[in-house]
Design a protein. Structure first.
Length: 91
Protein backbone atom coordinates (compact mmCIF):
# COMPACT_ATOMS: atom_id res chain seq x y z
CA UNK A 1 0.00 0.00 0.00
CA UNK A 2 2.84 2.42 0.84
CA UNK A 3 4.34 1.78 -2.60
CA UNK A 4 1.07 2.81 -4.22
CA UNK A 5 0.89 6.08 -2.30
CA UNK A 6 4.55 6.76 -3.08
CA UNK A 7 3.67 6.52 -6.75
CA UNK A 8 1.09 9.29 -6.31
CA UNK A 9 3.45 11.53 -4.37
CA UNK A 10 4.04 14.92 -5.96
CA UNK A 11 6.40 17.62 -4.70
CA UNK A 12 5.56 21.31 -4.57
CA UNK A 13 8.23 21.88 -7.21
CA UNK A 14 6.46 19.43 -9.52
CA UNK A 15 3.04 20.85 -8.71
CA UNK A 16 3.39 24.43 -9.96
CA UNK A 17 4.14 23.58 -13.61
CA UNK A 18 1.44 20.91 -13.50
CA UNK A 19 -1.11 23.49 -12.33
CA UNK A 20 -0.20 25.72 -15.26
CA UNK A 21 -0.30 22.81 -17.68
CA UNK A 22 -3.72 21.76 -16.40
CA UNK A 23 -5.11 25.26 -16.91
CA UNK A 24 -3.95 25.38 -20.52
CA UNK A 25 -4.27 21.76 -21.70
CA UNK A 26 -6.02 18.52 -20.97
CA UNK A 27 -3.89 16.33 -18.72
CA UNK A 28 -4.08 12.64 -17.98
CA UNK A 29 -6.25 11.22 -15.23
CA UNK A 30 -3.12 10.18 -13.33
CA UNK A 31 -1.72 13.73 -13.37
CA UNK A 32 -5.06 15.16 -12.25
CA UNK A 33 -5.28 12.61 -9.45
CA UNK A 34 -1.72 13.33 -8.29
CA UNK A 35 -2.46 17.04 -8.29
CA UNK A 36 -5.74 16.62 -6.43
CA UNK A 37 -4.02 14.52 -3.74
CA UNK A 38 -1.21 17.05 -3.35
CA UNK A 39 -3.61 20.02 -3.18
CA UNK A 40 -5.65 18.26 -0.50
CA UNK A 41 -2.64 18.31 1.85
CA UNK A 42 -0.64 21.35 0.69
CA UNK A 43 -2.36 24.67 1.36
CA UNK A 44 0.52 26.66 -0.18
CA UNK A 45 0.08 24.99 -3.57
CA UNK A 46 -3.70 25.33 -3.29
CA UNK A 47 -3.25 29.06 -2.66
CA UNK A 48 -0.89 29.25 -5.67
CA UNK A 49 -3.51 27.51 -7.85
CA UNK A 50 -6.25 29.86 -6.66
CA UNK A 51 -4.09 32.92 -7.33
CA UNK A 52 -3.15 31.66 -10.79
CA UNK A 53 -6.83 31.10 -11.63
CA UNK A 54 -7.69 34.59 -10.38
CA UNK A 55 -4.96 36.17 -12.53
CA UNK A 56 -6.13 34.19 -15.55
CA UNK A 57 -9.77 35.19 -15.02
CA UNK A 58 -8.91 38.85 -14.52
CA UNK A 59 -6.68 38.98 -17.58
CA UNK A 60 -9.34 37.32 -19.74
CA UNK A 61 -11.94 39.90 -18.66
CA UNK A 62 -9.65 42.91 -18.90
CA UNK A 63 -10.71 43.85 -22.44
CA UNK A 64 -14.44 43.64 -21.78
CA UNK A 65 -16.23 46.97 -21.53
CA UNK A 66 -18.52 45.78 -18.75
CA UNK A 67 -15.56 44.74 -16.59
CA UNK A 68 -15.37 47.20 -13.64
CA UNK A 69 -11.66 48.00 -14.03
CA UNK A 70 -12.31 49.18 -17.60
CA UNK A 71 -14.96 51.69 -16.57
CA UNK A 72 -12.45 53.94 -14.85
CA UNK A 73 -14.23 53.67 -11.53
CA UNK A 74 -14.16 50.54 -9.42
CA UNK A 75 -15.67 51.93 -6.21
CA UNK A 76 -18.81 54.02 -6.11
CA UNK A 77 -18.21 57.64 -5.13
CA UNK A 78 -20.03 57.22 -1.82
CA UNK A 79 -17.71 54.36 -0.84
CA UNK A 80 -14.64 56.34 -1.82
CA UNK A 81 -15.74 59.28 0.32
CA UNK A 82 -16.36 57.02 3.29
CA UNK A 83 -12.89 55.48 2.96
CA UNK A 84 -11.33 58.95 2.74
CA UNK A 85 -13.18 60.02 5.88
CA UNK A 86 -12.01 56.94 7.75
CA UNK A 87 -8.41 57.58 6.72
CA UNK A 88 -8.60 61.21 7.80
CA UNK A 89 -10.19 60.24 11.12
CA UNK A 90 -7.40 57.77 11.87
CA UNK A 91 -4.65 60.41 11.51
Amino acid sequence: MAVMFGWFKLTCQDTSPLISEMMDHKVSVIKRLKLKIHLSVCKVCLYYKDQLELIRDLSQNLGREDFPANKGEVLPEKSRQKIKQMIEASK
